[in-house]
Ligand binder design. Sequence first.
Ligand code: GTP
Ligand code: MG
Length: 610
Amino acid sequence: MKNTTARILEPTRGGIEKEEQMTIVIVGHVDHGKSTVIGRLLADTRSLPEGKLEQVKRTCERNARPFEYAFLLDALKDEQAQGITIDSARVFFKTQKRRYIIFDAPGHIEFLKNMVTGAAHAQAALLVIDAHEGIKENSRRHGYLLSMLGVRQVSILVNKMDLVGWSKEIFDGVVKQYSEFLFSIGVKQVSFIPISAFHGDNLTENSSSAGWYSGLTVLQQLDAFNVPRPLEDLPLRYPVQDIYKFTEEGDERRIVAGTIESGTVCVGEDIVFLPSNKTAGILSIEEFSRPPADSAHAGQAVGVTLDTQLYIKPGEIMVKKTERNPCVSTRFKANLFWLGKAPLIKNKRYYLKLSTARVPAQVSEIYTVIDAAELSTTAQDGQVNTNEVAEIVVETEKPIAFDLAGEIEATTRFVIIDNYEISGGGIITEALKSSAEVLKEHVRQREFIWVRGEIRAAERQKSIGHGAAFVLVSGPQDTGKIAAAKAIESVLVKSGYNAYYLGVSNLLCGLDADLLFKYEDKGEHLRRLGELAHIMTDSGLIFIATASDIDEYDLARLRTLAEPVKTLAIHFGKEGTGALASDGFFLNNPSIDKVTAHVVDLLRKHDIVP
Ligand code: GTP
Ligand code: MG
């Protein structure tokens, strides 16, 4: 009979065949029998090249070595050139029901890295425990890692049952002890199967040696694992990549562009952008060099136009009103794999990238840290070193939208960028309460250590003749806001008030002048502006500055940093068309006189000037 199995052992290429496929990871303590399980599964499902098994057995005989299934895997590895069943740590085989990819590299750095960063993702796991040796350190660590990686379907193979005379008591003992452990780490969906991998009991066929066991075989268990729902069936996640304006004159419409990560979207549906929470209806769906479509689904790169003109930014996620929405927060718990040469430092400022969103972020808590090579728990000293996995809390400077591990891959995973390099990857496991609190806490601390002179604010105000304020003029570039800010200063000073205009680039004097032009450091730039506003207004000034393209979160940060004085925000542009939706005062194409009069009015209204 000519062997035809080799062909079907190849991984699916480019999705030509739409066969169901599942990725399984096999883990367990050293020598507990992982390779034997895989070798035996390949042999018993006749997934091996013709004659391979016999060939390896003969070689063993010739060398007077006992046959091992692990040799089989090694022999297949050597055949990589022609072949197929194994590539590095992956084995492919197939049952009546679906195709499988099995990873056999547990605890190894590459595997963990791939799992955490999303390059590889196992949907279920087999965890092998030697019945004779019992539960070992790695049996627990591997279980723990599976839970960290978000693998929720785990079947425990209690192996080498032949060595303990198929004792039901021993099997029950492992079940009891290990179930308790799994429960304690939150892994639920499990089965325990007594097997002898070497002898092939309960692998593909029920064993006569264990009359007391009536559960599934390993093969049946594999087929019983749930395959995740197809991406199209999940809720819509459309991360906004870019926004294009129609170029024709007088045409104010914009096209929102991105790739649909999951779900479907149809013309006429109501959608929401998160985190901004702006809503609209879908007017049209446009595809590059194709006629407009009525709907689009996961995997498609499309543009959409909206029935309401919204100002949104790249990084938001478009979702459907009627479907389960992602979480929105500035704080979450995550499992992180750190690749950076320099360690990850608690409370250091990094950039976090999650689908198309990119925000400044820091790690505020580091819980467990595990060395990925040794799988040992390492000392927790406020940092995570290269190749360590850690449970952490991340805080972002602005709210972001995300899903939780086990939900929607694309919006669950993030990377951390340190100095322009991807230095870590993580999976979000839990949303925590948002903390505008973090900044508030910073301000509280700042006030606490602030060294004051003998003069109180009220006394200073009395002597100067008016109160202090932060006047922020914002709006898109080239709208004349700088000229307006200067005019405000002139009018106020000429009226006898202590006002001062600061050109925003002056903030960078003596510092890295590039900073201003790097999108990366806009957050830092605004932080400095806020802190400076605080110092200047503390001295009793009416402090005037400009900012371009800020949004509500930026403004909220500036307001908090400038406290306790009032921030009066004047925005150039139509309400709803700029980054600011509603906060502050909107002036559409105002004359300079109108702006200055408006500011004086505002200052009076707030009792800052008489
Ligand atoms: P590492 O890859 O080194 O971590 O080991 P492993 O988990 O892949 O174990 P492997 O499959 O290489 O098996 C280790 C030893 O246990 C080998 O000598 C196997 O023949 C033996 N073994 C595996 N399964 C059984 C079994 O069911 N019964 C008996 N008696 N021996 C077994
Ligand atoms: Mg092995």
